[in-house]
Design a binder for this molecule. Structure first.
Ligand SMILES: Nc1nc2c(c(=O)[nH]1)N[C@H]1C(S)=C(S)[C@@H](COP(=O)(O)OP(=O)(O)OC[C@H]3O[C@@H](n4cnc5c(N)ncnc54)[C@H](O)[C@@H]3O)O[C@H]1N2
Ligand code: MOO
Length: 431
């Protein structure tokens, strides 16, 4: 009987079984190929709204130029030779003649001993100068004008300054030729900033593993197509294409009717580099369970979770290769929760494109809830502004609109049949 709880696998056991089967295949795929990405082209695409889909560095990116590229000022102020200010005090200030100011983007001449050069933040510190005094710490405490920062020609200092003060030394961030961003790092906004700053023009990124995602069901219509009688749009294909891609996969999406021959043909025509097959639907106890009927050697059973109870796991021959196949149930919330619980961690670990563990926390419930005692219930929720966890809809695994507005999955462990408002509950973030 399908609800004989003693026959159910725990969530942890099924997650481990999926990882054991899938991780080696993803590791092999990871070793197969890199692509060279031109940073300027990538920036143009990103700026045009193409998004920055996960790209993970396959090799260390090495700084082409040092950062900073030259000694420069951390403050708007006066570049000085610190020895000139030795002994300066309020009672006996040191007065120095002011020489030509140094705006950012200009290369100054050496600073003569016994003089001070107005220098702007980021501008080169003149050769010979070894410290910068902030303009507000000098007398007068402001530059006279934008046109003539040298003012009436002298500036007074009422305190000594230590060497290196407010000087950002060349190479203090990274030296030319040193590793700037290590292999395995996903390219994001901060990495792009560092790569461009250090003069890197191309990077090698890991080829994403190719996942064949098959939505099964004779009732399915492709996204955007008009619906015939008793048809439904392929929600799983849409949600899981995006979710797989966010976890670092390249995805080919197909729809198969509930006919084993059609599914076999579809698998026989699979692209030759597919590393993993994911199916939705066709795994429970009905008369037309196409995945079950096609994969006669795979494991099919129940996991002690709701939604996401019926699951399948095995391998499928794609040409000469045996490729792992993970079969999720068809109900859209079940399929998505299954992905989060069982596949996303191993996929994100393999690609490095996203954190393997979702941000998680424990917070009080905003409302009471019931849960099947024998099962690990996964509800969808949001966090209130006061940090309490509020349910987004009921437990039904067809409730897509509530999933679409949820920001957290809420975990109610086995053994718990009821929780009151205020009881603490574990959640994991979805965004
Ligand atoms: N007698 C039993 N019936 C069911 C059991 C059971 O244990 N005994 N388990 C239930 C649970 S729990 C789930 S979950 C589903 C899983 O069923 P399947 O994986 O075989 O999925 P289907 O029957 O193909 O579809 C279920 C449901 O989901 C809709 N669906 C399927 N694919 C998509 C898609 N790509 N996009 C949108 N919607 C989809 C489908 O139309 C059905 O409504 O079985 C229960 N039954
Ligand atoms: O497990 Mo089914 O996944 O509850 O809807």
């Amino acid at each position: 009987m399908h609800d004989d709880v003693t026959q159910r696998r725990s969530v942890a056991d099924h997650a481990a079984a999926v990882a054991e089967l899938v991780a080696p295949a993803l590791a092999v795929a990871r070793g197969q190929g890199t692509a060279r990405v031109d940073i300027a082209t990538l920036l143009t695409q990103v700026g045009a709204g193409a998004g920055l889909s996960p790209r993970v560095l396959a090799r260390d990116a090495v700084a082409a130029v040092a950062l900073p590229g030259f000694d420069n000022s951390q403050m708007d102020g006066y570049a000085v030779r610190s020895a000139d200010l030795d002994g300066a005090s309020p009672g006996a200030p040191v007065t120095l003649p002011v020489v030509t100011p140094v705006p950012a983007g200009t290369q100054p001449p050496p600073l003569e001993p016994g003089s001070a050069a107005p220098v702007m933040t980021g501008a080169p510190v003149p050769p010979g100068a070894d410290a910068v005094v902030r303009v507000e710490d000098a007398d007068p405490p402001a530059f006279p004008s934008f046109d003539d920062a040298s003012g009436d020609g002298v500036v007074r200092f009422a305190a000594p300054v230590a060497p290196d003060t407010y000087v950002r030394a060349a190479g203090s961030d990274v030296a030319a030729g040193s590793v700037l961003v290590p292999a395995g790092t996903p390219l994001g906004a901060t990495q792009l900033g560092a790569l461009v700053a250090a003069g890197v023009r191309t990077v090698d990124v890991a080829a994403p593993p190719h996942v064949l995602l098959v939505s099964t069901g004779s009732e399915l219509a492709p996204a955007g197509a008009p619906l015939g009688p008793a048809q439904v749009h392929d929600a799983n294909g849409a949600a899981l294409t995006a979710a797989l891609a966010q976890a670092g996969a390249r995805v080919t999406t197909r729809v198969a009717p509930d006919e084993p021959d059609a599914l076999r043909r579809l698998l026989a025509d699979a692209p030759s580099d597919v590393a993993l097959v994911v199916t939705t639907g066709g795994v429970s106890a009905g008369a037309y369970e196409v995945v079950r009927q096609t994969l006669t050697d795979a494991w099919f059973g129940h996991v002690a979770v709701q939604p996401g109870g019926p699951q399948g796991l095995g391998t499928v021959a794609l040409g000469p290769r045996e490729v792992p196949l993970v079969a999720f149930p068809g109900n859209p919330v079940s399929a998505y929760v299954s992905f989060e619980l069982f596949l996303r961690p191993v996929l994100a670990t393999a690609t490095g494109a996203a954190p393997a563990r979702r941000a998680a926390g424990r917070a009080p419930l905003a409302e009471a809830l019931d849960s099947p005692r024998a099962l690990h219930q996964v509800r969808r929720g949001t966090l209130d502004s006061d940090g309490r966890v509020r349910m987004s809809g009921g437990p039904g695994s067809h409730l897509l609109t509530h999933l679409a507005v949820a920001t957290v999955l809420v975990h109610v462990p086995p053994g718990v049949a009821h929780l009151d408002a205020g009881d603490p509950v574990d959640y994991q973030e979805l965004l």
